[in-house]
Design a binder for this molecule. Structure first.
Ligand code: AR6
Length: 203
């Protein structure tokens, strides 16, 4: 049972924010967003988002974990996808995973000399994943923290992009009932917890 932001805010644990809220409070939206520290391959969602590479044929990190947990049929389907460009996303079934679908998105390899381009590509990863969740029936989507591992994207910047893209999407969409940000480390959890209240403020 993963608490929603709404439940988190209602608990005695007060969120610590450095900055002023960038959006208005919206209780309906706060009930559709969660953060969860754990292994995304254990999450039961309608669609989980894999931080893949452009081959879409697996790799290390969360990609390796998803392929191991989904079983060999996932790689077979991926072999038919023909890869993807940075910022692009392609969907497969989840096979042995508890989730129905996997959206394989290709995050940017971070470069401090191309910050704007990286930001635009990362935003596209989140946007296209949300769009694909919608077109596959909506429901619960679980995001991994795209590009913030091997690909080196600074966690705070990446988290802001993840959350702002989600906020804008949820305001217009009703089919995605829940967004779960899956974080792997305590440190990443703290970053998400400090940034979420700026985009989904408490009452
Ligand atoms: N569940 C949830 N999050 C995880 C898991 C897991 N089981 N394992 C790792 N993470 P990364 P990238 C977190 O490096 O930066 C692969 O080789 C991890 O702690 O997996 O987009 C691909 O094939 C980090 O916070 O993805 C590509 O070649 C986040 O997932 C390349 O790495 C993303 O880290 C993509 O690099």
């Amino acid at each position: 049972d993963i608490p929603t932001l709404s439940e988190w805010y209602a608990s005695n644990e007060t969120p610590q924010t450095e900055d002023e809220p960038k959006y208005n409070h919206d209780e309906g939206l706060n009930r559709r967003v969660s953060i969860w520290r754990g292994d995304i391959t254990k999450l039961q969602a309608d669609l989980i988002v894999n931080a893949a590479n452009s081959s879409l044929l697996g790799g290390g990190g969360v990609d390796g974990a998803i392929h191991r947990a989904a079983g060999p049929e996932l790689l077979e389907e991926c072999e038919g996808l023909g890869g993807a460009e940075t910022g692009e996303t392609k969907v497969t079934k989840g096979y042995e995973l508890p989730s129905k679908y996997v959206a394989h998105t290709v995050g940017p390899i971070y470069s401090s000399r191309a910050v704007d381009k990286c930001a635009q590509q990362l935003k596209s990863c989140y946007q296209t994943s949300l769009d694909l969740c919608q077109s596959h029936g909506g429901g619960v989507i679980g995001f991994s923290s795209i590009s913030t591992g091997v690909y080196g994207y600074p966690i705070k910047d990446a988290t802001e992009i993840a959350i702002e893209t989600t906020r804008k999407f949820l305001e217009k969409d009703q089919s995605v009932t829940r967004v779960i940000y899956v974080v792997f480390s305590k440190k990443d959890e703290e970053v998400y917890k400090s940034i979420l209240p700026q985009f989904f403020p408490p009452p």
